[in-house]
Structure formats: structure tokens, C-alpha cells
Design a protein around this ligand. Structure first.
Ligand SMILES: NC(=O)c1ccc[n+]([C@@H]2O[C@H](COP(=O)([O-])OP(=O)(O)OC[C@H]3O[C@@H](n4cnc5c(N)ncnc54)[C@H](OP(=O)(O)O)[C@@H]3O)[C@@H](O)[C@H]2O)c1
Length: 326
């Protein structure tokens, strides 16, 4: 069996359990493609899984686990049911929550339905940055809350991976965008299309009254109860962080929106679904100039532990990239 360099864990723990060494090259299943990975990006789910606190860790395959879900690279073989993609195609994609992660490696097998063709003018790092964070915001704003032109959206955590795509997509949809970030990142958020920024260290948006059609809490620090007064009637609160409370609130949201404290308001939890078609939408937006990936920093695969430390600091501006090959 051929081997490859990969960042993997054999037990849960802090960054010291993250190994960079040899693992077997995966064999693509019949509906998968095998990618020579050029670049991958880190999402908090990678280190949450490493630390054994990822809420869906039971859905991951057993140890050793090669971490990483987002990747961009070139197809080097295709499973027998794959007809729409060919060896040599440049693609980018995201592994599902269930099964293998595996992007932080020289080669990765991934469902063909979870990748899209990478346009030539988008480099592998920008493409690898996009899948999980970008699709989370696309699926939230387009599908979950149906953000409309002229609505006001507050994005809490606007300068990170998910937030930096959210600001741009909300802007492209014609919304008035209020970005919550540190003062240091205000210019970044404005350059991405925010109409207004709020420094969360000096102002608490939860004390605003009746201002927002949507509160998109990318960083999961608020809640429907805390954001209730800031939301307008008919307002929608969305969290990306699956705490037990938001899971319950989103299940009962249709009922609680009818009466009582949350009357006229709904609460939602987004759980991103890897879809090649959505990646293609974002690639088109990039080609049209309405979307870009913000790259915080780039590390070699050997330096994955340092990259993980940076991600765990919650201070990255946009995305952290692992450059795997040329
Ligand atoms: N449910 C899903 O399907 C799904 C999908 C993707 C991600 N997620 C989750 O979404 C969360 C965000 O992911 P991410 O990739 O965007 O993380 P990230 O890029 O690591 O977030 C870093 C950003 O967080 C900001 N931040 C830190 N503390 C803040 C605070 N108190 N208030 C406002 N902003 C703050 C920082 O901005 P400043 O430096 O300006 O403070 C920084 O720009 C994670 O918990 C992740 O697991 C869930």
C-alpha cells in the first residue's frame, strides 16, 4: 500500500496529539474521486475533533483520523460511478460530517457530489479556504433565513472564516450589513461590504432595540433570548454553534414564534451540507468579483500544529491555509 504525508491523530488531546507523518493513501470508493491536494484550510471543527469535543465526533471514522475537511487540488483517479469529473480536473470541496475528514494530506478521497470545478483564475488557497465557511454562510443566508434586499443583518464574528464570507454574501444580496468584530478588524469588514461595524469590546448589540431582521451569530456567543430585543418583529436568529439550548430552541421555534417571549421571531441552527452545486455558486461569485477569500496566514503541512494553535486562538482574520503541494 502506498503511503503519503498527513496530519493525523491516534487519540484525542491538545495540539501535542497532532502527528505529521506517514499514512496510507486512501482508495476512492465508486462515487468518490482521489485528489492530489494542493491546499487545505483549517476550520474550528478540525481542532474540536482533535480535542474530542466535536459534537459529531461519533460520526467520524475510527483512529487514526487524518484531520481536515476543506481542500483544493487535482483529480488523479475517479471511482467507477463518477461520470461528470475527469482525471486532471482541478476541483475544491468539503468532506461531510460523517465518515472521513482527511484533507490535511497529500491525497484525499472525497464524494464527487461534494466538489466543484475550480476556475483557473481562482488559486488553490482561495478555493480551499471557501468550502465549509463559505457554504455555511451561503446556506444560512439563502436557504435558512432567505435574506432579502433592503433587510438589515447583524453578523456577530464578522472577521473570521464564516463571517468574512457572510458579510460579502449579505452585501451581494442587497442587505444592510452590520458587522460585529474587534476595532482592529473594522476596516477589513468595511472593505468586504459592511455598512457599519460594532466593536464588541465597547458596545453590546444585544442592548439595541428592534433593529435587525436577522442576527447571524457566527461565533455562537449570543442566544435567541439575549438577541430578542435587538431583533425586529419577524426577525430571525441563527447560530452556527450546536449548543443543546439552540438545538432545542430551533426545534421548537415554529411553536414559540406564535406566542410569549419569542412571538414573531424564529431561532435557527445551521448545519452545513457539502454540496458541489453551492461551491459552484460561490466560484461564480468569485469570478464576478463579488466574493473573495480572506487568507489570514499560510503554513506548510509539517507546521500543522502551529496552524492549529493559531486557529484555536479565535483571532484569525478569514482563513488559515495549509499549503500541501505545488
Ligand atoms: N454549524 C455549522 O455547520 C458550522 C460550520 C462552520 C463553522 N461553524 C462554527 O462557527 C464558528 C465560527 O467559525 P469560524 O471558522 O468563523 O471561526 P474563526 O475564523 O476561527 O473565528 C475567528 C474570528 O472570531 C472573532 N471573534 C472572537 N471572539 C469574538 C467575540 N467575542 N465576538 C465577536 N467576534 C469574535 C475574531 O474576530 P476579532 O479578532 O475581531 O475579535 C476572529 O476574526 C465555530 O464555532 C465553528 O465551529 C459551524
Amino acid at each position: 500500500m502506498q503511503s503519503m504525508k498527513a496530519a493525523y491523530i491516534t487519540r484525542y488531546g491538545r495540539t501535542e496529539v497532532l502527528n505529521v507523518g506517514k499514512q496510507p493513501v486512501p482508495a476512492p470508493k465508486e462515487d468518490q474521486v482521489l485528489i492530489k491536494v494542493k491546499a487545505a484550510s483549517i476550520n474550528p471543527r478540525d481542532w474540536l475533533l482533535m480535542r474530542g469535543i466535536y459534537p459529531f465526533k461519533k460520526l467520524a471514522e475510527p483512529f487514526p483520523i487524518i484531520l481536515g475537511s476543506d481542500m483544493s487540488g487535482t483529480i488523479i483517479s475517479v471511482g467507477k460511478n463518477v461520470t461528470e469529473l475527469m482525471v486532471g480536473d482541478d476541483v475544491f470541496g468539503m468532506q461531510p460530517i460523517k465518515g472521513k475528514f482527511g484533507a490535511f494530506a497529500e491525497f484525499a478521497a472525497i464524494q464527487s457530489s461534494a466538489v466543484a470545478l475550480k476556475p483557473k483564475e481562482i488559486d488553490h488557497s482561495s478555493a480551499a479556504a471557501m468550502p465549509c465557511a463559505g457554504m455555511t454562510s451561503l446556506q444560512t443566508l439563502r436557504d435558512l433565513v432567505s435574506l432579502k434586499k433592503g433587510e438589515t443583518i447583524l453578523i456577530n464574528g464578522a472577521s473570521g472564516g464564516v463571517g468574512s464570507y457572510a458579510v460579502q454574501i449579505a452585501r451581494a444580496y442587497g442587505a444592510y450589513v452590520v458587522a460585529v468584530c474587534s476595532a482592529e478588524n473594522a476596516n477589513l469588514c468595511r472593505s468586504l461590504g459592511a455598512d457599519k461595524t460594532i466593536d464588541y469590546r465597547s458596545e453590546n448589540f444585544e442592548q439595541h432595540q428592534n433593529q435587525y431582521d436577522v442576527v447571524y451569530d457566527v461565533i455562537g456567543r449570543s442566544s435567541p433570548a439575549k438577541a430578542r430585543c435587538a431583533l425586529k418583529k419577524g426577525g430571525r436568529y441563527v447560530s452556527t454553534v450546536p449548543s443543546p439550548m439552540i438545538m432545542i430552541q430551533s426545534i421548537f421555534s415554529k411553536i414559540t414564534s406564535k406566542f410569549g417571549l419569542f412571538k414573531g421571531q424564529t431561532a435557527h441552527l445551521i448545519l452545513v451540507k457539502p454540496k458541489g452545486a453551492d461551491l459552484a455558486v460561490m466560484a461564480s461569485m468569485m469570478q464576478a468579483g463579488s466574493l473573495q477569500s480572506i487568507i489570514d496566514s499560510t503554513f506548510a503541512l509539517e507546521d500543522a500544529p502551529q496552524a492549529f494553535e493559531k486557529s484555536q486562538s479565535w483571532r484569525s482574520k478569514g482563513k488559515i491555509i495549509l499549503k500541501i503541494s505545488d
